[in-house]
Design a protein around this ligand. Structure first.
Ligand code: UD1
Length: 350
């Protein structure tokens, strides 16, 4: 048995770790570190309970803050844990400040880093996540790509060693919860007719007043009711800027994973700036409109399932009134990504 230290901290990482931890714990000792980046019950604890993720062995309680302070505090705290645990390998997920802090702490101690969801790129350095991805990939030993496209992005940066296309772990999780999805969940939120699900949380959209105002105009133009679980960052921005949601929007607290997927499955469409939700929508057979100028997931664009619309209200209406998507999306994985990841980790750590 080898001790593997896993670092998580933000909502999408809990979902991804759910898939890998389950398999990893059959064959290795895992020590699970929660940085505390997300700390609200609805942003953190609910995912552990619902997805059966083992409780964190330690919560570093780092909380919110400016990027430097948040990442720096995590870096120092993770370093202490890694020294104490004599970690054989560190596993990090995705592209948050918790990912970068975990990867950097490990790399500086010469502990191999396994990056799950390696090779994603928007090619926009003004996105905090892009900096986190690039730096994490460049200090990682094992790079688990969800798609062939991600592997190609790494190759262009000269990263070829330790790279494996394993599929997207989010497919593993989604397939696991599919039987638990609740039909007709929208009624609980007061939706009687067709509706769309919207989410908004990217700093480029919600921290900039002009962009947030335009996003509200997009939501207002949608020819359906809109249900929108509000991310804490977005709630804070709305309050700071004195903005209110358009009438057609039902703003609700952040939802659990099963609630969210249930709502998405019954929706006419999803409008989002999230990475994960683009895939979840198309895998559930719901059309997605991405409220950003680009996507890291070109596979989802196949057959018109996902369209990059940025904040163009007219285009959103045109697509929602237009022809339905065709065929299905492929290339995101077969639901067995976690098995491949764990096999590679165990091989490398022994
Ligand atoms: C982070 C990730 C982003 C990921 C997202 C998922 C970075 C740079 N960004 O963004 O990649 O898509 O998580 O949700 O790591 N807050 C609360 N309660 C919480 C968490 C946050 O109130 O439980 C508030 C705080 O006021 C905080 C703000 O939300 O300042 C933003 O949180 P932060 O962790 O800085 O980044 P996210 O926007 O959540």
């Amino acid at each position: 048995m080898h001790e593997i230290v896993t670092i998580v901290g933000a909502r999408p990482q809990f979902v991804k770790a759910a898939a890998v931890s389950r398999v990893l714990r059959r064959v290795a000792d895992e020590y699970l570190v929660h940085t505390g980046q997300h700390y609200d019950e609805a942003m953190s604890q609910v995912f552990f309970a619902e997805l059966g993720i083992p409780p964190p062995d330690v919560n570093l309680g780092v909380g919110s803050g400016p990027h430097g302070a948040q990442t720096g505090t995590m870096l120092a705290a993770i370093e202490e844990v890694l020294l104490e645990r004599k970690a054989k390998m560190v596993v990090v997920y995705g592209d948050t400040n918790s990912t970068l802090a975990g990867a950097l702490a490990a790399a500086k101690l010469h502990i191999p880093v396994a990056h799950v969801e390696a090779g994603l790129r928007s090619y926009r350095r003004d996105m905090p996540e892009e900096i986190n991805r690039v730096l994490t990939d460049h200090v990682s030993t094992l790079l688990f790509c969800p798609t062939d496209h991600a592997r190609e992005c790494l190759r262009r940066e000269g990263i070829v060693e330790g790279v494996e296309v394993v599929g997207d772990v989010m497919v593993d999780v989604l397939e696991g919860v599919r039987p638990r999805l609740e039909h007709g969940i929208a009624a609980r939120f007061g939706m009687s007719g067709p509706y769309v699900v919207a989410t908004l949380h990217r700093a480029e959209n919600v921290d900039e007043p002009g962009r947030l105002q335009r996003a509200l105009e997009v939501l207002d133009a949608v020819p359906y009711s809109v249900i929108l679980p509000v991310h804490p960052r977005t709630r804070a921005s709305m309050e700071r800027l004195g903005l209110t949601w358009p009438d057609r929007v039902t703003a609700v607290e952040p939802l659990s994973y099963v609630e969210m997927l249930s709502l998405v499955a019954g929706a006419e469409a999803v409008l989002t700036d999230s990475g994960g939700l683009q895939k979840e929508a198309v895998l559930l057979g719901t059309r997605c409109l991405t409220l950003r100028p680009e996507t890291e997931w070109p596979e989802t664009l196949e057959g018109g399932w996902n369209t990059v619309v940025d904040l163009d209200a007219a285009r959103v209406v045109e697509i929602l009134r237009g022809a339905a998507p065709r065929g299905s999306v492929s290339g995101l994985g077969d639901g067995n990504a976690a098995e491949r990841i764990v096999q590679a980790i165990v091989d490398a750590a022994s």
